[in-house]
Design a protein around this ligand. Structure first.
Ligand SMILES: Nc1ncnc2c1ncn2[C@@H]1O[C@H](COP(=O)(O)OP(=O)(O)OP(=O)(O)O)[C@@H](O)[C@H]1O
Ligand SMILES: CC(C)(CO)[C@@H](O)C(=O)NCCC(=O)O
Ligand SMILES: [K+]
Length: 272
């Protein structure tokens, strides 16, 4: 029997970490998603995923130390889009914890309809793989975090590529940095067109651009193939759902990356 440790999920967006309150439970295997800005550590429960840690990438050393403190932790599976952060984690993780790294080099080339497979982000393949495993037919996956990717996988588990664009936060930050005289606004779209105040025009330009881009890329995929299931995941999913949920039939899965990691690890898509 391993000592079981569970943590609560009181995530602070400011510090980028959750308050950890150990409870009782068992935890011998954990899955880690290293995104562009955050490290997320989750555990597979019977029918769901439980997030144990959510920390900024700058805290990779602290994340490793946190993991080292977990009694009975044997296996860690990681998918990363940040080699530098993965290096810090790996260098500081106890040797007794086995680390399995998922990377695009492990994907048989049949499943990659992508002309630069050597530089494909593993997160894009994994979220598509998870969606494709859940649905029958083609899937489109919107993964919106620091970056926003919109990708397609056809029902035969072949990844077809898509779009890499800035996440909504990057749209905001670029405006602030390069057009500093403009005021900041809230994230809602005006209820009429066109904008007739500075505030409305900015809201159309910043948030309208972000949301309309997503909408039009999904439509562009739909022109290529129909009957697609459209999934949404990532830290900014709630915002997109709130604004596009009425127009697009979006399936929200917060843990798509982790579901994809587990599916990838099992390798069962390869036989399908
Ligand atoms: N409470 C929130 N308020 C505002 N924005 C949020 C909130 N939660 C998440 N976000 C948005 O999500 C982003 C973080 O996304 P995510 O949790 O997917 O991490 P990430 O490491 O940036 O992921 P990715 O690698 O997919 O870009 C933030 O940069 C922000 O744009
Ligand atoms: C696009 C991001 C940043 C999204 O997290 C990541 O998947 C990545 O670093 N990709 C590498 C470029 C590519 O996917 O072709
Ligand atoms: K993303």
């Amino acid at each position: 029997m391993f000592i079981l440790v569970k943590f609560s999920e009181l995530f602070s967006y400011k510090t980028g970490r959750i308050t950890i309150i150990p409870q009782s439970g068992t935890m011998d295997k954990l899955y880690i998603d290293i995104g562009n800005s955050f490290i997320k550590v989750s555990e597979r429960k019977e029918y769901s995923w439980h997030t144990h840690l959510h920390m900024r990438n700058q805290s990779a050393l602290a994340a490793a130390e946190e993991l080292n403190r977990i009694d009975g932790l044997k296996d860690v599976v990681v998918a990363s889009v940040r080699q530098d952060v993965l290096d810090v984690l790996e260098a500081n993780l106890d040797r007794k914890i086995s680390l399995t790294k998922l990377h695009t080099g492990q994907i048989p080339s049949f499943y990659l309809d992508y002309d630069s497979p050597g530089t494909l982000g593993i997160d894009r393949f994994l979220t598509c793989l998870a969606a494709c495993t859940i649905s029958t037919g083609n899937v489109i996956v919107i993964d919106t975090g620091s970056a926003c990717t919109i990708d397609m996988m056809t029902g035969d588990f072949v990844y077809r590529g898509g779009v890499i664009m800035p996440g909504v936060g990057l749209f905001e930050e670029t405006m602030k940095a390069l057009l500093p005289e403009l005021p900041s606004t809230d994230r809602h779209l005006p209820d009429h067109w066109p904008g007739r105040t500075t505030d409305e025009c900015i809201r159309w330009g910043v948030y309208g651009s972000f949301l309309h881009s997503i909408r039009s890329f999904v439509d562009k995929f739909a022109q290529r193939a129909d009957g697609n299931h459209v999934y949404i995941t990532g830290g900014g999913a709630a915002y997109v759902l709130e604004h596009l949920g009425g127009e697009l039939d979006l399936i929200h899965r917060a843990d798509l990356i982790f579901e994809g990691m587990q599916e990838f690890e099992s390798g069962s898509f390869i036989q399908k």
